[in-house]
Design a protein around this ligand. Structure first.
Ligand SMILES: Cc1ncc(COP(=O)(O)O)c(C=O)c1O
Length: 392
């Protein structure tokens, strides 16, 4: 027994030495532009509440009402007795929002990818994945038992090389994030669609950071690029721009019927509680009616990016509300984050294995409801501290 705990301690010590140790911080109060951590009020540049609706009065009222009417739990898996009518309504709303025949809710984006990918590809199939796709996609691929090729990040020549190599497989499934979660850049969906059609592959797009933000109706990056009809499997999350919790897949009815029967992370788990579903229903209404939120978040992010690029920061190729400031070294990234914390700015450090070795960064995220004054003030501190630490 002693040896077991000593081994864990030794491994944690190694993480500390490499500045890779992770720790939970308690946050007080409702999610907002400013949050309280360790008694300090901090400007929040680290949340995925991009549209600023996680504490929207309509979402809160819908959730409270559902608790009063339906209680606090789905009480079983949905295929048993957990399939509240509300589920059907929200899935219909989601399908209408995404302009697809049907939709299916999962308990989280992680669980969605863990369920969808192995349901759609297995032994005898091949999955072709962007090199920096989210961890949940990678874990879904590992679970699937399918062959696996990775193409260089957003490199279409390399994607074509993989597709040629995959010619003899029964099913070829290409998977990509739409907006990359740690780089904030965009998948070239029109070029991916062209290649997948040329080589007879199917395409799954993870719109975790795209839906609610991009496209005329906020459906996501596929809508922005006008390729929605060519994407067979669209997945999106509800805990980011939508300010709720959970995730969904949207597509043809036959796909959704198939996933009801084959997606294990859907079948073998208790459904989300009614309050979450009710808040999702309200969020869908807000996202569609309050278009100004997606316009603001993208405008404000563009302003911040320009300021930081002019100051000399390296932002990779961010074109979205996710703005990485590349530092490289783990300790230096932590120091940058800590110095910002001292002046009341929350900008979390992201280190390996979340990002590749030697590419530690601050991951800044802009919210539609950040004030211009607060953003200007934060940018001033980012530049000042960035200079003092020799990052610019
Ligand atoms: C691209 C991508 N997919 C899936 C997920 C997982 O979503 P969730 O947080 O709902 O589990 C994330 C979360 O950060 C993500 O960035």
């Amino acid at each position: 027994m002693g040896e077991f705990y000593a081994d864990l301690e030794q491994k944690l010590e190694k993480l500390r030495d490499e500045h890779l140790f992770r720790e939970l911080k308690s946050v007080n109060g409702a999610p907002a532009e400013w949050v309280e951590i360790m008694g300090k009020r901090l400007f929040n540049l680290s949340s995925n509440n991009y549209l600023g609706i996680a504490a929207h009065p309509l979402l809160k009222a819908a959730a409270s009402q559902a608790v009063q009417q339906l209680g606090c739990s789905a009480t079983s898996a949905r295929l048993i007795v957990g399939n509240y009518e509300l589920y059907d309504q929200v899935e219909e709303d989601l399908a209408r929002f995404k302009d697809t025949e049907a939709a299916l809710i999962f308990n989280s984006g992680y669980m969605a990818n863990l369920g969808i990918i192995p349901a759609l590809a297995g032994r005898g199939d091949i999955i072709i994945s962007d090199k920096i796709n989210h961890a949940s996609i990678i874990d879904g691929i590992r679970l699937s038992g399918a062959e696996f090729l990775r193409y260089k990040h957003i490199d279409m020549v390399d994607l074509e090389r993989c597709l040629k190599k995959a010619a003899d497989y029964r099913r070829k499934l290409i998977i990509t994030d739409s907006v990359f979660s740690m780089d904030g850049d965009l998948a070239p969906l029109p070029a991916i669609v062209e290649l997948k059609e040329k080589y007879g592959a199917i395409l799954m797009v993870d719109e975790a950071h795209g839906s609610g933000i991009f496209g005329e109706n906020g459906r996501g990056l596929a809508e922005f690029y006008k390729v929605t009809d060519q994407v067979e499997v669209t997945m999106g999350t509800l805990g980011k721009a939508f300010g709720c919790s959970g995730a969904y897949v949207a597509g043809r009815k036959v796909l959704i019927d198939y996933l009801h029967n084959k997606a294990r992370s859907f079948i073998f788990t208790t459904g989300l509680p009614p309050s979450v579903l009710a808040s999702v229903q309200a969020a869908l209404q807000v996202v569609q009616e309050e278009k100004w939120r997606r316009e603001e978040v993208l405008d404000k992010a563009a302003w911040v990016r320009n300021e930081l690029i002019e100051a000399g920061f390296k932002l990779l190729n961010s074109q979205s509300q996710i703005i990485p400031i590349l530092v490289g070294d783990n300790a230096a990234t932590l120091e940058f984050s800590n110095r910002l914390f001292d002046v009341n700015i929350l900008a979390m450090a992201v280190r390996p294995p979340t990002v590749p070795l030697n590419t530690a960064r601050l991951r800044l995220t802009v919210m539609a409801t950040h004030s211009n004054e607060d953003l200007a003030w934060a940018v001033k501190h980012l530049k000042k501290i960035g200079q003092e630490l020799g990052i610019i």
